[in-house]
Design a protein around this ligand. Structure first.
Ligand SMILES: Nc1nc2c(c(=O)[nH]1)N[C@H]1C(S)=C(S)[C@@H](COP(=O)(O)OP(=O)(O)OC[C@H]3O[C@@H](n4cnc5c(=O)[nH]c(N)nc54)[C@H](O)[C@@H]3O)O[C@H]1N2
Ligand SMILES: Nc1nc2c(c(=O)[nH]1)N[C@H]1C(S)=C(S)[C@@H](COP(=O)(O)OP(=O)(O)OC[C@H]3O[C@@H](n4cnc5c(=O)[nH]c(N)nc54)[C@H](O)[C@@H]3O)O[C@H]1N2
Ligand SMILES: [Mo]
Length: 766
């Protein structure tokens, strides 16, 4: 199939510092230049790039960049610009040692930018905040553990502790961490998944019985069409571009649904293809690009189902077999009639208004969908981070179920996960809503009695801290305070705590929110050799497609004083719960013992230690991939949700703002100030808007503006950038724009903050 010629970002970007339309493809020489620069800036001029060459090799470490899988994990070096940035950021030659903290007080550091805090280098020593001087001071590991243990024991109730985890933690550290918290007596597990794909975990689990994607990498070779909804692979999962390139080259359509033109979905020059690089050739990716209104996906998905039902009826009337997979619907699903009635009652007027797309365009997408025997839908934060995130995921599932696009080669659902092991952390027990099946097995394996009461997710944890019902916080990685909405409320909540412990590699803002006792525990990163009593250890991770494999760091640790995450968790556990008879140290001495316990608790990990030693690892069972539905009815379920004329999820401001990532950031980690594919250089104070929307407000490209979400929620002194974005939609970078979002503005079903449906207005800067 011929790919339409897509226009480039051709807004007038003249004469504005650091804003100039980018005409090149994604990848290519720009990517190679960016890698060379990252290596030089972080690792020094004489750095060897050994670290990069070990990335995603069978006996090397798993790339900490994203959760996209590698071809069978046995392939040759898979190159990725943003993976290289993640690795060089960790393998940096810069250090923040005790001297650094003697020179800089917490008060001074608070004034530093997020970029400067992390760019200062790797943490080297355990630190404690000294209230007398306002500086962090080095302490011994044993003293750090003793202080944490004492502060935990001073709590009135185990539920006063919050145990946060970010998705970089390995299966082994995450499993020990949840064991520690449950032996302690709480299910308070706010985690980064709560801000990310919780709508997937909740929505898919209800619809198809498993909260995970159902496809494998191989399915992309067999799909007849791919839909990419609300994700930006050029920046956030760049290795996926290689997969999309193959799909495009064999002529299968790739339909993109995204309010912004994203170069990484349009054209790709593959740095691993010498001919493409030498000839400056590139492969077109999207065959059609539909700029939905921010928050308009629900209406669009309903529109596609409406068009499909109409086309199905017409086909049957003409004597055809129809376009629905009736045998699949009858054998494998429940709730079809209710869905059909809801879709039929939904008006095209509402669909067009809410989605910002015309009926004709929606019908054209539906034709591609219906003509394809096997369809994969990929999606990311553009679908989940809304007040109706779970409903979005379930409508998408409805659309796939209508044509039996589950459990056959080349078809299924593909959530693009965030952190490299966020899915694995969930699998091994980081969850605030554990099942009884899991808890009883955990209790039997360790002779403990886990609490049954459900715990806090991320939003609930911060609310509990704000309200004083939570008094202690431990963060296994991440930077929760900066990642959450409403910094004013969130920062104040952290400052009320009696205990704030951060287990991390680099200094960030959450470390600087001073509690009664504030402790920073520096840990090994994934690239570094982890030596324990039984020798060099490997850890395991699970990617977006449920593949579990080993990861072994090889680099010399940034400092001799660093400890591994499992060792740190064990240290805290022993100090806080000297009476609990769990052999923490035995498990730290040899991670095989942790894996044996994971296997004992989760039967799907049978023969864990053997299978993970096989090149490429193994895939965990995903029941829906085999048309087995782990739901109460034993069937997949159609869900009905309001979504076009009703109020829920509707924005009341004239514009809806989505917060997004630049090309030079990893969540709250800001590598640099460029956003190459969107044409931004050296700045982050930009707001992307449609030129017609700006004009309607009496504003123009280049104006200094304020973004207003409410009387107390204003993002000041930004620069308006006229950008190819759908009418009614604006976009700005996170974390800066988090001040526009209220803490309680989230999806009720999953608790996912509505980071991408913020009603706003724009005005000239005041
Ligand atoms: N280099 C790098 N890699 C990363 C990360 C990183 O920050 N940097 N973060 C990691 C993590 S934790 C995650 S969760 C993933 C995030 O990866 P993505 O899901 O790609 O995240 P975002 O950049 O937040 O947004 C994705 C896209 O959603 C679009 N969008 C916004 N609103 C809407 C909407 O209403 N509808 C639709 N259809 N689209 C919309 C935006 O235009 C943007 O292109 O990436 C992971 N990988
Ligand atoms: N407005 C807005 N807000 C958002 C989002 C959005 O799209 N818009 N996205 C949300 C999403 S999807 C996510 S996942 C969250 C991200 O939330 P988090 O996962 O909490 O944040 P990160 O920025 O990834 O965490 C960075 C820190 O992790 C630590 N770190 C790095 N590597 C390691 C390691 O190997 N071990 C340990 N222990 N620590 C390490 C470093 O010290 C670094 O400072 O943000 C959310 N917030
Ligand atoms: Mo995420």
């Amino acid at each position: 199939m011929a790919h339409d010629d897509l226009p480039s970002n051709e807004t007038a970007h003249e004469n504005l510092d650091g804003v100039k339309a980018y005409d090149g493809p994604a990848g290519g020489w720009g990517a190679l230049r960016a890698v060379a620069l990252a290596v030089r800036k972080q690792m020094g001029p004489s750095a060897n790039a050994r670290a990069l060459l070990q990335m995603n090799q069978p006996d090397g470490f798993d790339c900490p960049g994203c959760a996209w899988p590698d071809p069978a994990h046995t392939s040759s070096f898979e190159f990725c610009e943003n993976g290289a940035k993640a690795v060089t950021w960790e393998a940096t030659a810069k250090r923040v040692d005790p001297d650094f903290f003697a020179r800089h007080s917490v008060e001074e550091l608070w004034g530093w930018s997020d970029h400067d805090l992390e760019d200062a280098g790797r943490l080297t020593h355990p630190l404690r905040h000294d209230p007398a001087t306002g500086h962090f001071v080095p302490i011994e590991w044993d003293e750090a553990f003793a202080r944490i243990g004492a502060a935990m024991q001073a709590m009135d109730h185990p539920d006063q502790m919050e145990f946060y985890a970010s998705g970089r933690a390995s299966n082994e550290s995450a499993f020990l961490y949840q064991l520690m918290a449950r032996s302690w007596g709480t299910n308070n597990f706010p985690d980064c998944s709560n801000m990310c794909h919780e709508a997937t975990s909740v929505g898919l689990a209800q619809s198809i019985g498993v909260g995970k994607g159902t496809v494998t990498l191989e399915d992309f070779e067999h799909a007849d069409a791919i839909f990419c909804i609300g994700h930006n692979p050029g920046t956030n999962h760049p290795r996926m571009l290689g997969t999309l390139r193959e799909v495009s080259r064999r002529g299968a359509p790739i339909i993109v649904i995204n309010p912004l033109r994203e170069r990484g979905l349009e054209r790709f020059q593959d740095p691993q293809q010498p001919v493409e690089m030498a000839t400056l050739g590139a492969t077109s990716l999207a065959s059609a690009y539909h700029q939905v209104r921010v928050g308009g996906d629900m209406a669009l998905l309903k529109g596609m189902m409406k068009a499909l039902l109409a086309a199905d009826a017409a086909d049957i009337a003409a004597g055809g077999p129809g376009l629905l997979d009736r045998a699949f619907i009858a054998e494998h699903t429940t709730g079809f009639e209710a869905l059909k009635a809801d879709i039929e009652a939904t008006t095209w007027d509402g669909i067009e208004r809410r989605s910002g797309l015309s009926r004709a365009v929606i019908e054209s997408m539906t034709q591609v969908y219906a003509a394809a025997e096997r369809v994969i839908v990929c999606y990311g934060m553009g679908l989940t981070q809304h007040r109706n995130g779970t409903e979005n995921v379930q409508q998408l599932t409805n659309l796939l179920l209508l044509r039996g696009n589950f459990g056959k080669p080349g078809a299924g659902i593909c959530p693009l996960r965030g952190h490299s092991n966020v899915q694995g952390d969930r699998t091994v027990g980081i969850t605030e809503i554990p099942t009884e099946r899991f808890l009883s097995r955990l209790d039997a394996a360790f002779g403990i009695t886990s609490p049954r009461k459900h715990g806090h997710n991320a939003v609930e944890a911060v609310a509990a801290m704000r309200d004083g019902t939570a008094r202690g916080f431990i963060g296994l990685g991440g930077n929760l305070a900066s990642a959450m909405p409403d910094p004013e409320a969130t920062f104040a909540a952290f400052r009320k705590l009696d205990l704030n412990v951060q287990i991390c590699t680099k200094l960030n803002r959450t470390c600087l929110l001073i509690a009664g006792e504030s402790i920073i525990l520096p840990c090994l990163g994934r690239t570094e050799a982890d030596m324990q009593a039984s020798g060099l250890q490997a850890v395991t991770v699970e990617d977006s497609m449920s593949m579990v494999h080993a990861s072994r760091g090889r680099l010399k640790p940034a400092a001799e004083s660093l400890r591994s995450e499992p060792a740190i968790v064990a240290g805290i556990a022993k100090a806080a719960m000297p009476h609990v008879a769990i052999d923490w140290q035995g498990m730290v001495d040899d991670y095989d013992r942790i894996r044996d316990k994971i296997e004992e608790v989760f039967p799907d990990f049978y023969d864990f230690n053997q299978r993970v030693r096989v090149k490429g690892g193994f895939r965990l069972r995903v029941c829906a991939s085999n048309r087995e539905w782990d739901t109460p009815e034993g069937k997949a379920r159609f869900f009905v949700h309001p979504g076009t004329d009703e109020d829920e999820g509707k924005s009341d401001g004239p514009l809806t703002l989505a917060t997004i990532r630049s090309h030079d950031q990893y969540n709250t980690t800001i590598y640099g100030l460029n956003d190459r594919y969107r044409g931004i250089t050296g700045r982050r104070d930009v707001v992307f808007a449609n030129a017609d929307d700006l004009a309607a407000l009496g504003l123009a490209h280049g104006d200094r503006i304020d973004v207003v979400a409410g009387p107390d929620r204003v993002l000041r002194a930004q620069t308006a950038v006229a950008y190819p974005i759908s009418r009614g939609s604006v976009a700005a970078y996170y974390p800066e724009a988090n001040c526009l979002i209220a803490l309680n503005d989230h999806d009720h079903r999953s608790g996912t903050p509505a980071y991408k449906s913020v009603p706003v207005t724009l005005r000239a800067a005041q």
